[in-house]
Ligand binder design. Sequence first.
Ligand code: XMP
Length: 514
Amino acid sequence: MQQKIIILDFGSQTTQLIGRRVRELDTFCEILPYNKFPHDDDSVIGVILSGSPYSVYDPEAFRVDLSKIRGRLPILGICYGAQYMAQTYGGKVEPAPSREYGRANLTTFERENPLLRGLQENSQVWMSHGDTIMAIPEGFRCIASTDKVRFAAYQGQGDERLWGVQFHPEVFHSTDGTQLLRNFVVDICGSHQDWSPASFVESTVAELRAQLGNDRVILGLSGGVDSSVAAVLLNKAIGDKLTCIFVDHGMLRKNEFRDVLHDYECLGLNVIGVDASAKFFAELAGVDEPERKRKIIGKGFIDVFEAEARKITDARWLAQGTIYPDRIESLNITGKVIKSHHNVGGLPKEMNLSLCEPLKWLFKDEVRRVGREMGMPEHLITRHPFPGPGLAVRILGDITPEKVRILQDADDIFIRGLREWTCEDGETLYNKVWQAGVVLLPVKSVGVMGDERTYERAVALRAVTSTDAMTADWAHLPYEFMAKVSNDIINHVRGVNRVCYDISSKPPSTIEWE
Ligand code: XMP
């Protein structure tokens, strides 16, 4: 049986990060709403309580009965999780004199405590809390303090396998956070650390074979990492019984349809490429409103996909590259459970297809590791995210084939440049940024080329760093690189005489301009 850690989510922004850290310890985990603990699941080896936007004394704060867990499984409370247990078991939590945010050092701690073993002297931890634990329950023991926080970490009664930490071991700035989580997950909970890309591929291939038997499966490929890895995994399980459909809506990057189709064929996938660009150009003609563009492309995409899918008369399953973060029910501050599960993409019910989501337990970085494990080429695995409506939302104003051509040429220079520019640490700029692209602006400006006055278009380069696209910062690209790209674009792309760089972060801006 696959061992697992359960992370109970009280609504903190870092809950997913706890999950990723546990997975990095080659241990499977599930993130569940705070009140959904699976009491009859014998594979659970430990429980982590997340932080929360609430104070434990707020009337509407999330509360949970831990009595069936305490004493049976090891528990680690992080921030709110620690405060919640402290308060529930008879301690005291109050607003801190000032909100503590940022780095702190564990000045004193019990070195041989199972949770803290191996932590460095003055270990740096990350604090982010408005409340503080003023007193811990009777019989509990303080095991670490910082200059400002007396109860930075505590343990339950005696050797009880219950701990609380006021800081956030899951964030990168807690330098020994991984060691602390390893102590909990591996030493205390007894994880066998057998969750690996290889074991995932092996068990998933076996499960898919059992689930799908001899049935035919269809899958829509987008060129992105998730759908590509899902396809290769399914291909490994059921070979030619998988039919992939890759639609060109005409708004892809330069040569992308041809190149990606070629990649898929080299991977041995049974793939149908559908060039529907003429249909999309016709439907988008004269449309400049961003949401209408999105709707036209979304609906057109489903129409084309459905028409192809109907030709595959023996199809029983629709496979999708849905990944874990798409499915996690995250709690927002109003207490509502938000579910952002992608759905069957609007395929008609009468087609009677069942849904197959082989990547539904994986985080993005795990999808990449699984892709590598299966020998997929690196350029497919490290591809930047790309919006479904493609270049349509990067052409401000109406769309014409000529504008798409200009944008594709400029974008190609920028992206190739990022791939070819190697930084001092040996990594390419492409791999250092989360996402990049060029935006065609609806303005013309005056320039001079040779002895000629020009009156042509301006483009904006956009490159951002991010971990999940929820927030993003503009990438600090080297000036020499930007100078080269700007020169190359203006010299080689007919119709462009000015290049700008977008220095807005998200929020308040967004990654895409439309
Ligand atoms: P924003 O612009 O909202 O983008 O900061 C966040 C991430 O989502 C991508 N994006 C889209 N993806 N359909 C998609 O499939 C869309 O309509 C869409 N709009 C934005 C964007 O590229 C970025 O990765």
